[in-house]
Write a protein that binds this ligand. Structure first.
Ligand SMILES: *Cc1c(COP(=O)(O)O)cnc(C)c1O
Length: 408
């Protein structure tokens, strides 16, 4: 195999380590006494989990959440045994043994997965630590009220069977008698980003009732299934963490706002004390003078009304930029905003810098979004989507790099 020194990528995502640390500190203070759980699913919302998670871990954060088991195992490899890692999304045939062996805590949304986790614990000789996930109104994953009743019945008979088999030592056993242990209860809000809506309080009430019932089940089992006082109770996401005071539960699973982005409509991240951790940049690689009447990009959906000058900028939907933002988006060059004209292509886009513009030169840095340019939320508006999707969909071609000294 021949190997090459790969030159710098054309589209780069600079990840500001200091912004991540500061955002985590601001959020933790806001949530206290509830603890911060750092959500780093989907490649840390596109920021690069291999960059983001070690920065947060080094800053002292120990609780991390991802969606899937492959994500959780990757994170375990990155952070080592001292990180507490929770994952909640897996299918009926997903292998659970590796997760249990690696000490990954799992959200449980079906009664059937309780059986599968007991088997995984027995096979691996490791206790399966689980968070019961309750559907309190989102209608997505989680135990429905009916399934929750069955889960409680299941837990009671599991405890009876273990007692009958002589496992008096509870659920912290290892080896062939290893079993499951309930360490948490969780749910997820549907509309916490719209503080005036009544459903959030209704969800919190359903959650609180399920929590009370779980406590009773654990107490009746004398702590053999888990300690009711030690339960980790969490329902809030970023919008919940930012709009509810005090934050319900013992911890909150915070994703988007950790990256310095606001989950709230018209939400100003800076007003919340948060700074965007990502700056997506490219470079002007060509300039040309364009006569009035000339078109731009596929479909010629833009026609120059007057003589003008086009700047060519690498960056397109192959990098994860939304084509839907064509003819709407803006970028910043030398601190000034310019419009994207014509369709955003797979690899490149055209910027109209105006006739006779001598300020912009080939080689100039272009801020696509982030500090010094438009926000990810503006790109979301231009593409009829949300900032979550803008950062998360950045593709593997984007070169993500950690800026220890902050953004320029
Ligand atoms: C993604 C996710 C979160 C984090 O949500 P943010 O709005 O990004 O803070 C929390 N909990 C669950 C279950 C999730 O899927």
């Amino acid at each position: 195999m021949t190997s090459f020194d790969i030159p710098e990528a054309l589209v780069r995502a600079e990840i500001d380590a200091a912004a991540l640390r500061e955002n985590a500190a601001v959020l933790a203070k806001r949530l206290a006494p509830a603890r911060l759980k750092c959500v780093v699913k989907a490649n840390a919302y596109g920021h690069g989990v291999d960059l983001v998670a070690p920065v947060l871990f080094a800053a002292g954060w120990r609780e991390f959440c991802v969606a899937t088991i492959p994500e959780a195992l990757q994170l375990r490899t990155l952070l080592g045994p001292d990180a507490e890692i929770l994952a909640w999304l897996y299918g009926p045939t997903t292998d659970l043994d590796e997760a249990v062996r690696a000490g990954i805590q799992l959200g449980v949304s079906t009664v059937e997965s309780l059986d599968r986790l007991v088997d995984a614990a027995r096979r691996t000789g490791a206790t399966a630590r689980i968070h019961l996930k309750i559907d309190t109104g989102l209608g997505r994953n989680g135990l429905s009220p009916e399934a929750l009743v069955r889960a409680f019945d299941w837990l009671r008979s599991y405890d009876e069977d273990r007692l009958a088999a002589g496992h008096s030592g509870g659920t912290d056993d290892s080896g062939p008698t290893a079993g499951i242990r309930i360490v948490g209860i969780m749910s997820h809000f549907a509309v916490a980003d719209e503080p005036e809506r009544p459903e959030t309080a209704a969800q919190a009430a359903v959650f609180s009732s399920a929590h009370g019932q779980l406590r009773a089940v654990l107490d009746a089992a004398d702590g053999r299934l888990g300690e009711s006082d030690a339960l980790d109770v969490h329902i809030a996401n970023s919008p919940g963490a930012l709009t509810l005071g005090p934050c319900p539960g013992t911890s909150a699973r915070v994703g988007l706002s950790l990256y310095g982005l606001s989950p709230l409509e018209d939400g100003d991240a800076a007003a919340l004390g948060l700074r965007p951790a990502m700056r997506l940049v490219s470079t002007v690689i060509n300039l040309k003078d364009i006569p009035a009447g000339h078109g731009a990009s596929y479909g010629l959906t833009f026609t120059a009304a007057t003589d003008t000058r086009f700047a060519l900028v690498p960056g397109g939907y192959g990098d994860g930029l939304p084509r839907a933002a064509s003819n709407r988006a803006e970028v910043a060059i030398r601190g000034r905003r310019y419009p994207v004209v014509g369709r955003i292509a797979m690899d490149q886009m055209i910027i109209d810098i105006g006739s006779g513009n001598t300020e912009v030169a080939i080689g100039d840095e272009v801020v696509i979004f982030g500090p010094g340019g438009p926000s990810a939320a503006e790109w979301g508006t231009w593409a009829d989507t949300i900032n979550y999707e803008i950062v998360t969909q950045l593709s593997a071609r984007v070169d993500r790099r950690l800026m220890s000294g902050g953004h320029r």
